[in-house]
Design a protein around this ligand. Structure first.
Ligand SMILES: Cc1ncc(COP(=O)(O)O)c(C=O)c1O
Length: 455
């Protein structure tokens, strides 16, 4: 049987072998000790599935880096990139380009409030860099506050904002970032017993941090609307509105990082819509904006912040800001997501299939400490002991148990997003009921491996 891209299993295998050999010789991979890598080759992809170098089909419940919200090889997005390439491949940022203009309109139409000006970048980390720069220049202040248990990207400011151990080797104490604890009831820092207490106490802790750091020194608070890589912890009711109120009280800008949570992932265009009435001053996006078919990110900017640069030049730019191939892919992606009701599908599959299905798994797998999420954005917190909540891998690391679980998933044909002791169930927004159930059935088998490591 040929692969969806027309390769025969034999040609695919030969190409994969060559690609693997060259990769190991010449490619330097992200976040990794290079000598210890054994990366998986992907030869083809279609919809919710990928094919590895041996021609095995796997259900892609990782959406790669949680970015293929529209699934792999969506024909309308592929065609849009092809047509744009034939029409006009590249244009410098100072010139007007129809793909960029239309992408900006479609994004501005969907962002909350009046975030109507879009600055395009090549990805999420650059979006964060520019959001922070905009905030610092607008307020004339330098410090930026963000939570532990967060991820904001790999560039200098973004990695210093990041509240996970990948920051440590990049943090020289001079970034101007201060971390605080956000709400996370399952591992509460506030001895809370319910969500109301968690929200109230987390807000009191944040206000204390602001007061002790000096409100007049703080440019912005940066928060993922729903933290992704760090564990898909949905902020409890009242928390995000409380952060907005604190920002207003102290003249601080609110930056919502929607790089992972945006464009349908949570069953809404943006996760911030789950918190009624909360509108950030700046909103960063990437990934789902065009499902990563061509690199693209950006910042949506409020009228007040934009006005700061009406008569004063904004000191920042990129050769590929609003690149035609990337923005044409965004136009096609956003239109297809709207036409095919993919946001609604993500919400419905989350409510009708994934939430009950994952809870059912938790009912008979002692290794599941907690199930959290919404839409097609779910985390399983794996533990050795439900009573003590001891994680199956330590914070910031992995364990033989987690390695076994991930290997079992892959052998059973399921690709997952994994972080420390968590499995993230993050299929594309196009996922159908049958595929969601297929993934849950594989997980059911895989979790018996995790159960063997419980006490
Ligand atoms: C919330 C969040 N912000 C920023 C980034 C960085 O985006 P990129 O990898 O495109 O630079 C990520 C990437 O995973 C993310 O999840």
């Amino acid at each position: 049987m040929t692969l969806p891209n027309g390769l025969t299993p034999e040609t695919a295998r030969a190409a994969a072998e060559r690609a693997y050999e060259l990769d190991r010789r010449h490619v330097f991979h992200s976040w990794s000790a290079q000598a210890h890598l054994d990366p998986m080759t992907i030869s083809a992809a279609q919809g919710c599935y990928v094919w590895d170098g041996e021609g095995n089909r796997l259900l892609d419940f990782s959406s790669q880096m949680v970015n293929t919200n529209i699934g792999h090889q969506h024909p309308k997005v592929v065609a849009a990139v092809q047509q744009q390439a034939a029409k006009l491949c590249t244009v410098a940022p100072p010139h007007v380009n129809d793909a960029r203009s239309e992408a900006a309109r479609l994004i501005a139409e969907r962002t909350p409030g009046e975030l109507n000006k879009i600055f395009f970048t090549n990805g999420g980390a650059e979006a964060i860099e520019h959001a922070v720069r905009l905030a610092r220049l607008h307020t004339g202040r330098y410090k930026v506050l963000t939570r532990y248990r967060s991820y904001h990207g790999g560039t200098e400011t973004a990695i210093n904002l990041t509240g996970d151990p990948r920051r440590w080797p990049n943090d020289h104490g001079n970034s101007g970032v201060v971390h605080f604890f956000g709400p996370f009831l399952y591992r509460t820092q506030f001895h809370a017993t319910n969500e109301t207490e968690e929200a109230e106490r987390a807000l009191a802790h944040l206000e204390q941090t602001i007061v002790f750091e000096g409100p007049s020194t703080i440019a912005a608070i940066v928060l993922e609307s729903i933290p992704g890589t760090a564990g898909i912890m949905i902020p409890p009711p009242g928390y995000m509105a409380g952060v907005r109120a604190l920002c207003d009280k102290y003249g601080i800008l609110f930056i919502a990082d929607e790089v992972m949570s945006g464009f349908g992932r949570t069953g809404k265009w943006f996760a911030i819509e789950h918190f009624e009435g909360v509108v950030p001053d700046l909103l960063t996006f990437a990934k789902g904006v065009n499902s990563g078919y061509v690199p693209l990110g950006g910042v949506a900017i409020s009228p007040a912040v934009a006005a700061t640069f009406d008569d004063r030049p904004y000191p920042g730019g990129l050769t590929y800001s609003g690149h035609p191939l990337a923005t044409a892919a965004a136009v096609a992606t956003i239109n297809a997501m709207a036409d095919e009701h993919l946001i609604e599908n993500a919400a419905e599959i989350g409510d009708r299939v994934l939430r009950p299905g994952l809870r059912e798994l938790a009912a008979h797998h002692p290794s599941i400490g907690e199930v959290r999420g919404t839409g097609v954005f779910w985390a399983l917190e794996l533990v050795r002991d439900r009573a003590t909540r001891e994680p199956l891998a330590p914070y910031g690391g992995t364990s033989p148990a987690m390695t076994e679980v991930v290997a079992a998933a892959r052998a059973a044909g399921l690709l997952m997003f994994v972080n420390f002791n968590r499995l993230h169930v993050v299929p594309p927004c196009i996922v159908g009921e049958a595929e969601a159930k297929e993934g849950l059935a594989i997980l059911d088998r895989v979790l018996t491996v995790a159960d063997q490591h419980t006490s």
